[in-house]
Design a protein around this ligand. Structure first.
Ligand SMILES: Nc1ncnc2c1ncn2[C@@H]1O[C@H](COP(=O)(O)OP(=O)(O)OP(=O)(O)O)[C@@H](O)[C@H]1O
Ligand SMILES: [Mg+2]
Length: 294
């Protein structure tokens, strides 16, 4: 890990064949569900990539599937505690109760400061709730042993609002990071990362450092990194903030297809035009409270 610049060779089968998606639903029957994309060439996602994007079955011994809600909040509240200690600040989230089932899609909407990023940080296990109960992928987070959380977090993909790419790693290595942390073999990593970079249109920038990329390119690297590990839950915080309309639509194709093969997707956005073009269930926050979607 951390090679200054990765040397890669494209696999002969890595051309963007927009073919059948053979997805097995997470925790499902194991049956194949071919989905045809040949008449939608701009979906651009290779068949092999889509197969690998399917969520893995729930076979992690420590984490048992308990109910059909992928995400469940019951009276959840959050107050940030100052890093230096002292009195916790005001509640930035309060009384949040809602479920998002496995394979669900939710927009997360609300004005600036409403608490969207804070809610996504809770769902990504970056902070713990100060009130209520939070269940993620069947694990009640408040009662989970600390050592169980990294494995749980590896099943969650996150596109950060501010990208959070590692500045000393090239695009390829940034995307490869979650796979390497998960201990995947380098051969498999190369195939997945190459195909994911191709999908986001950055195959020629694989060896560029974040500082050498435009804002939109950095955002696409962040998207590739969040998705490459085939998460069961994908959280995206303003993922189109730096994308043009074509790239934003391309992202929506990816999100829809991930969602269709069983990934639960939650997308925070201010992009009203995008939401209008892709109407869906929405969680609406205002001042840390849920106005709709609970
Ligand atoms: N680390 C932190 N410590 C203390 N307060 C915080 C912290 N992060 C966010 N806040 C506060 O929490 C509130 C919600 O912020 P948050 O970033 O969740 O909003 P948001 O809906 O994502 O806004 P935007 O649309 O601008 O991204 C704000 O009042 C913010 O000042
Ligand atoms: Mg935010």
């Amino acid at each position: 890990m951390g090679a200054a610049r990765a040397t890669q060779t494209a696999r002969p089968d890595a051309e963007p064949v927009v073919g059948n998606l053979v997805g097995r639903m997470a925790g499902g029957t194991g049956q194949s569900h071919p989905i045809r994309f040949r008449d939608r060439p701009d979906s651009g996602l290779g068949a092999a990539q889509l197969q690998r994007l399917q969520a893995p079955p729930f076979r992690h011994g420590a984490i048992q599937w308990q109910n059909s809600a992928m995400v469940r909040l019951e009276g959840v509240g959050l107050q940030y505690r100052p890093a230096a200690g002292g009195v916790p600040g005001p509640a930035v989230l309060s009384g949040l109760s809602f479920d998002v089932p496995e394979g669900g899609f939710r927009w997360l909407l609300g004005p600036s400061g409403a608490g969207k990023t804070s809610l996504l940080r809770l769902l990504h296990l970056a902070v713990r709730p100060t009130d209520g109960r939070l269940t993620i992928l069947g694990t009640e987070v408040d009662h989970a042993a600390r050592h169980a959380l990294p494995a749980l977090r590896r099943r969650i993909g996150m596109v950060f609002q501010d990208f959070r790419l590692l500045p000393h790693l090239v695009a390829y290595d940034n995307v490869a990071l979650p796979l390497r942390l998960g201990g995947r073999p380098e051969g498999q990593i190369r195939a997945d990362v190459t195909e994911m970079l191709r999908w986001v249109g950055l195959q020629k920038k694989a060896n560029a450092l974040p500082a050498e990329l435009s804002g939109g390119e950095q955002q696409r690297v962040a998207i590739a990194r969040a998705v490459v590990g085939r998460p069961n839950l994908l959280l995206a915080d303003e993922p189109t903030g730096n994308l043009d309309d074509i790239q934003a639509e391309r992202l929506m194709v990816l999100l829809h297809e991930l969602n269709r093969v069983g990934t639960t997707v939650i997308v925070a956005t201010h992009n009203d035009a995008l939401v209008a073009r892709h109407p869906g269930d929405a969680l609406r926050l205002d001042n840390g409270r849920l106005l709709a979607g609970g």
